[in-house]
Design a protein around this ligand. Structure first.
Ligand code: ZN
Length: 411
């Protein structure tokens, strides 16, 4: 996927605005002596922007449009340090609503639907984003916000809401509660639009079965409008991204180079038409890949895979970018092993190697099982690990997930 002419022209507009407003990125461009980009190669040389840049701009350093045009701000909570504040113009709010409306439409939601919105309202972009799109679509918003499960279920029944917007964990909680109270026949939900936190197929399957609904994954982040910049379609082959508003790249997080379509890496986003706080080549630290080829639905919007985690989790083995969740997925295919595993990465004879320790009981042929797992990793991920099968109970038990991956390399 390469940046096209229209997108390049839009980037140049943003570059001019950023330089004129003397923002952090405008300064970066001036230092690099860049005033425009003419080719995709020029674009690939533009400096990245980072969360740290955004924090340093606190409170309103990102403001790129004149103050009188700013109608709203949002803020990312951020677990550590200074929050990030993103100013929006009326057009930004409108564009975001259009993108979100498109998400609902792709999910087959119409103005006849009643949409129960459980993400939070406020500084955060969640609830209000779902709301904007819903109103643009002309559907009926039921703006619940988070929590108060009794009230949620009461409204869900009384108003016969047909769409649930929530996080995956809250959807699961509601599903279990509906099951427990035996009120499934009073629930009219048909679809769920779920925020893009990482969730397993197992969890997805459970929510979908228990509630009897179709699930859609929505992507977004506060720095780039908020949720609603992409969603999966009925074929569930990745999330379509609205490339008339955004240009998305996948890079190798270590080298910063673009990776070929289909390969995993870090999502980098450029906003093409944002006015209040345009971002050029913003590093999201989210891991995904561009899904090559065309979607059976016929939509030409590019697709990315479900978010697999954060760049901090990424490992590079024999030239292949790998992260723990991929290994976890392969291991989940083997019923004969326990849930415990350990991944050790070391540097031997100039090469990175991965050893995977798994547990099983004494009834299976350890060597044969090890070979089958190694072959499966090779075919699914692209390199052959060393697999060691041990007796159940041998691996250390820990509540901490990080202890499953041990990197023994010296950089
Ligand atoms: Zn599609």
């Amino acid at each position: 996927m390469q940046i096209n002419e229209t997108q390049l022209a839009q980037v140049n507009d943003r570059i001019r605005a950023l330089i004129a407003s003397n923002s952090f990125y405008g300064k970066k461009l001036e230092e690099a002596g860049i005033t425009e980009v003419k080719t995709p190669e020029d674009f690939a040389k533009l400096p990245f922007s980072e969360k740290k840049d955004l924090r340093d701009a606190y409170p309103l350093g990102l403001m790129t449009a004149p103050e009188e045009e700013i109608v709203r701000i949002h803020s990312s909570s951020g677990t550590t340090g200074t929050p990030v504040i993103i100013p929006y113009t009326a057009k930004d709010v409108d564009d975001w609503g259009e993108m979100f409306k498109r998400c609902y439409e792709v999910a087959g939601i119409t103005n006849k639907d009643r949409i129960q919105i459980t993400p939070g309202y406020g500084l955060w972009t969640a609830g209000i984003g779902f709301q904007n799109g819903c109103e643009k679509l002309g559907a009926m918003a039921v703006p619940m916000g988070p929590g108060n499960t009794d009230k949620q279920l009461e409204m869900m029944q009384a108003l016969e809401t047909t769409v649930l917007c929530s996080t995956s964990s809250y959807a699961l909680l509601l599903a279990e509660e509906i099951q427990k109270r035996g009120i499934k026949d009073k629930i009219h939900l048909k679809k769920g639009v779920i925020g893009s936190e990482r969730w397993s197929d197992k969890m997805r399957e459970r929510i979908s079965t228990e509630l009897g609904i179709e699930l859609y994954d929505i992507y977004g982040l506060t720095e780039i409008y908020g949720p609603g910049i992409g969603i999966n379609c009925e074929h569930n082959t990745g999330m379509h991204i609205w490339d008339d508003y955004l240009y998305l790249e996948i890079i190798d997080p270590k080298t910063g180079e673009n990776v070929p379509d289909g390969e995993w890496g870090e999502i980098v986003i450029t906003t093409l038409v944002k006015e209040g706080a345009p971002l050029i080549r913003y590093r999201t630290h989210d891991l995904s890949r561009i899904i090559p080829g065309e979607c059976p639905c016929g939509r030409s919007y590019p697709r990315i895979d479900t978010i697999k985690g954060r760049t901090d989790d990424m490992m590079k083995i024999k030239g292949v970018n790998v992260f723990p969740s991929q290994i976890e997925e392969v291991l989940a295919e083997f019923e004969e092993i326990s849930s415990e595993y350990q991944i050790r990465i070391s540097h031997l004879d100039g090469k990175d190697t991965m050893r995977i320790y798994v547990e099983t009981n004494g009834h299976v042929d350890f060597a044969e099982l090890a070979k089958r797992i190694a072959d499966r990793v090779k075919s699914k991920i692209g390199f052959t690990p060393i697999v060691k099968v041990v007796e159940i109970g041998v691996l250390p038990r820990s509540m901490k997930k990080t202890a499953r991956v041990i990197d023994e390399r010296f950089d």
